[in-house]
Design a protein around this ligand. Structure first.
Ligand SMILES: Cc1cc2nc3c(=O)[nH]c(=O)nc-3n(C[C@H](O)[C@H](O)[C@H](O)COP(=O)(O)O)c2cc1C
Length: 199
């Protein structure tokens, strides 16, 4: 599918038909999500995958009983991993391993240290969350390219999700993406005109 076609065919699915997406497709999807871009390539995300029916029931109650949660195949809970320094160490190690020249590595770590010094605990979460949104949006288009529908959703209680899923404090649920096969129909796309956007 051309990207334009994918863009127009993807829509926020309101209800799924309950069919389970097969493991091979899920594996391809997870692989693609890894390639989402992030600031300084820190990849500050973790994605909790929920398929258990009883857990989904609890999560649905904490998402205003929106029908996507109970009817989807897999619920992906995109979380911000707030350990930016840990991620920085990890990516530096990886760069070392693949043989990035010393000079480039130094340049990178200098920028990284400057970048990290801008963040305290609170702003660090926000920075990680910006990146998590990019991963989630990558996921909805990657899913569509595999014939899987989805809905990005912020209408959920993040604290309740952490509690139900036993997610540690440093990992912050940010946006959820239920995926599966639709039981609804796409509505016409309503978008503002180009003239109103580009200036
Ligand atoms: C950050 C974000 C949060 C959203 N939260 C919800 C939500 O909680 N429930 C829902 O049904 N749709 C949600 N949506 C879907 C939007 O309503 C939908 O993308 C928008 O109306 C455009 O429609 P389309 O995606 O079908 O083109 C969300 C979308 C985004 C990007």
């Amino acid at each position: 599918m051309e990207f334009k076609e994918l863009l127009m065919a993807r829509y926020a699915t309101k209800k799924f038909d309950g069919t389970i997406v097969d493991d091979d497709k899920i594996d391809q999807l997870f692989d693609m999500i890894r390639y989402a871009p992030s600031a300084l390539n820190l990849q500050p995300w973790k994605v909790k995958v929920v398929t258990d029916v009883e857990t989904k029931k609890k999560l649905s109650a904490a998402a205003m009983e929106q029908p996507q949660i109970n009817t989807c195949s897999h619920l992906l809970v995109f979380c911000a991993d707030t350990d930016l320094s840990g991620k920085a160490q990890k990516i530096t190690k990886l760069m070392n391993k693949v043989g990035v020249p010393e000079e480039n590595l130094k340049q990178f770590t200098d920028v990284m240290n400057m970048f990290l010094s801008n963040y305290d605990n609170k702003t660090g979460i926000t920075e990680a969350q910006y990146n998590v949104f990019i991963a989630a949006i990558t996921a909805i288009y990657a899913a569509k390219s595999l014939g899987i529908d989805s809905c990005p959703m912020q209408g959920f209680n993040a604290e309740a999700y952490s509690e139900i899923l036993d997610i540690p404090e440093s990992i912050v649920p940010t946006i959820i993406v239920p995926i599966g096969y639709p039981a609804d129909k796409q509505m016409p796309k309503l978008r503002f005109e180009k003239e109103e956007i580009f200036f």
